[in-house]
Write a protein of this length. Sequence first.
Length: 408
Amino acid sequence: KSAQMAVSHTGAIAGNDAVYEAVFRAYGVHRVADMDEMAATLALFDTSRKPAPGQLGSIHDSGGERELIVDIAEDYGIEFATLEPTTRSALAAHLEPGLVAENPLDAFGTHNDLENRFAALIAALVNDPNVGIGLFMSNPRDGYEYAESYSRAVMKAAQMTDKPLALASNYSMAGDSDLAIRLRQAGVPLLRGTRNALLAVCHVMNDRDYRDRHDRHARARATTPAAPSPDGQMVTRWRSRLGEKGPVTEADGLAMLADFGLVTPGMARVASLHELEAALSDMHFPVVIKTAEDYAHKSDVGGVRLNIADAVAASAAYQDMALRLGPQALVMEMVPSGTELSLGAIYDPGFGPVVIVSAGGVMIEFLADKVAARAPFDADEARHLLGELRISELLAGYRGQPPANMEA
């Protein structure tokens, strides 16, 4: 509905969200949901330090807060670094009895020597080689009894590392302007709000990963020979077909993929029992019969018959379908079962070609699991796209199932 309201000024960029997702991905643009998330993200980007390779290291003054952070971080796909044994030993030397040297770290036992103890703990945690960025979560605010000690501790720790380090408050509306200014002058941003802080971390780490991929792709392009161009006449023919009015049929789509070198099942259009019998003579069983392409959701009208084992069963299935839905049908060899994906492309007049990959089959609408990328892109980016899908765990082999052929 908001897109309908975008009629002027900066709101006019509203449009096809998949296209914008693809363009943002191509150029490393970060999307935020509201002004609070934007403020926290900009504050973390505004430091001169860049995250190192590795994951998040976080320290807390509350066990309950730590458990909350773990749950929220999982929602955003943020991983916590696994600490090296030397780091665990360094942490243990400063922890009070009963506290465990781990990440995320609950570091508050008593207020004894709070400033120096927390400074040492923060520095030890952030300097672990597996930590890329550090976050100290507390509730700093005007009038809080530990605000000054915690602030001085994190500023001291910042002098003992070259990695980004932020102090975050679980409160998004606390009065802390003077504290925020002093921290910023020391190179430590104060991030307001639990989710805002974690989202800011997510954006900064995603930016690091984007730049790494971009540099890697640039090096690969410089050393990889250009792929051979497809046959010009074939390209012209398919451009003409795709430029025609009306939808591209499933049969057309499979034929186009086959022309461009993708493996597709044997397939034929049929409009009579005689044509079906002729088509089956060139195919391997089992086969699938689908009704005419006038039906967008063929399974909803009983227009798909799977795993047909022989010609007799195929004839019976076709005659039943033709009687109910008409004689036009598509017969094709059945592929083995596996995780279904949907691959599509659109051409945007402003940004060019965009490829969309999503969960396929009946899950395409049920899961709404999709990612988009501006074409062209290389195999490394394709692997990254597939890894962002929620069904990527199925592709990797889930609960004893064989993994998918990711290179294909």
